[in-house]
Design a binder for this molecule. Structure first.
Ligand SMILES: [Zn+2]
Length: 326
């Protein structure tokens, strides 16, 4: 090798190193599931390198962390999770990863809805725990003192309210600013711009929902994931399964839903991207309700799917419901 070539090689190596250092200056962030992965990307922009744990179409209620997940958490500066006991596997993972960094509970400070692991035919939040929908928990819980079961006092699916997600975005902005104050202005600007988009979408979705008369806004889904959307858009959601996919629907829950579909003339039932849809297919067969489409409940779609971002997910869900009910 000539001296000149050697010098050029060293320069090339030098450039390689400096760009590697540049890449390393991105804030390593771990998010628990795909909706948060998108929200952190929106607020963090080019300043963050995100590792998202539960992937597109994955079920975050029953996730089994992989060794690589612990590794990602161990080297993260910030961990963003939903909270409200949505990710029941997360506390143990944080502990086993010996995580000492900052943590954002995205749902902190939102307007919560009380949760219930059994839908008991929808909005009937009564306290009859005698039926066997919850056999996994019967052994380790005293029901007299724990009506929230293992899944927490509140319904964790709060991202289905755009109002709540504006709080998520502010929490994420605060978390990123804390670990990377040098880029605080960017985080603030990105968050403000994204909140504008959220507000605009909320107005748009209210208009779409208004096309369906309030009394006809009746939707059946596999698990009870949409109480927050129900509240914002005055839609009546019912599910044979409770707020966690861990709980199983009892025969009684299913019979109740079927009866309700018949007596109220409910036109459509919906499948979900993350859940076992056999029960809904069975309910559809036993009633006149057709399958109205697939809703994205606890995860985004793959990038090539119809709901690869939070904004697209919300619009796709509303469009799917409106098209099936009109
Ligand atoms: Zn869920």
């Amino acid at each position: 090798m000539s001296k000149a070539t050697f010098a050029v090689s060293m320069i090339a190596l030098g450039l390689g190193c400096s760009s590697a250092v540049m890449a390393d200056t991105k804030v390593p962030v771990v998010t628990s599931f795909s909706v948060l992965g998108d929200l952190v990307q929106q607020v963090g922009g080019d300043h963050v390198a995100i590792t998202n744990l539960v992937k597109a179409n994955g079920d975050a209620h029953v996730y089994n962390p992989a060794p690589l997940d612990a590794k990602a958490i161990a080297s993260a500066q910030l961990v963003v999770m939903n909270g409200l006991e949505f990710e029941g596997w997360m506390p143990r993972l944080l502990e086993s990863s010996n995580f000492k960094g900052n943590k954002v509970l995205a749902a902190d400070g939102i307007d919560t809805i009380k949760g219930h692991s059994c839908s008991c035919g929808g909005h009937g939040h009564h306290d009859d725990h005698d039926h066997d929908h919850d056999h996994d928990h019967d052994h380790d819980h005293d029901h007299d003192h724990d009506h929230g079961h293992a899944h927490g006092e509140f319904d964790p699916h709060s991202w289905h309210s755009i109002k709540n997600v504006k709080v998520y975005v502010k929490n994420i902005e605060k978390g990123l600013t804390k670990v990377d104050p040098a880029n605080a202005d960017d985080y603030q600007r990105n968050a403000a711009l994204y909140i504008q988009k959220l507000d605009k979408l909320d107005v748009k979705l209210h208009k779409k929902i208004a096309l369906i008369p309030e009394g006809k806004r009746k939707v059946i889904t596999p698990h009870a994931a949409f109480a927050y959307m129900a509240r914002d858009y005055k839609i009546d959601f019912h599910a044979p399964q409770g707020t966690s996919t861990e709980s199983e629907a009892s025969a009684g829950d299913v019979a109740k839903i079927i009866k309700q579909i018949r007596s109220e003339g409910i036109k459509a039932v919906f499948v979900e991207n993350i859940s076992d849809n056999r029960l809904i297919e069975q309910i559809s067969r036993e009633t006149d309700a057709k399958i109205g489409g697939q809703l994205y409940s606890d995860a985004l779609s793959e990038p090539t799917g119809p709901a690869p971002t939070y904004l697209k997910m919300m619009e796709y869900n509303v469009d799917t419901i409106v098209n099936a009910l009109k």
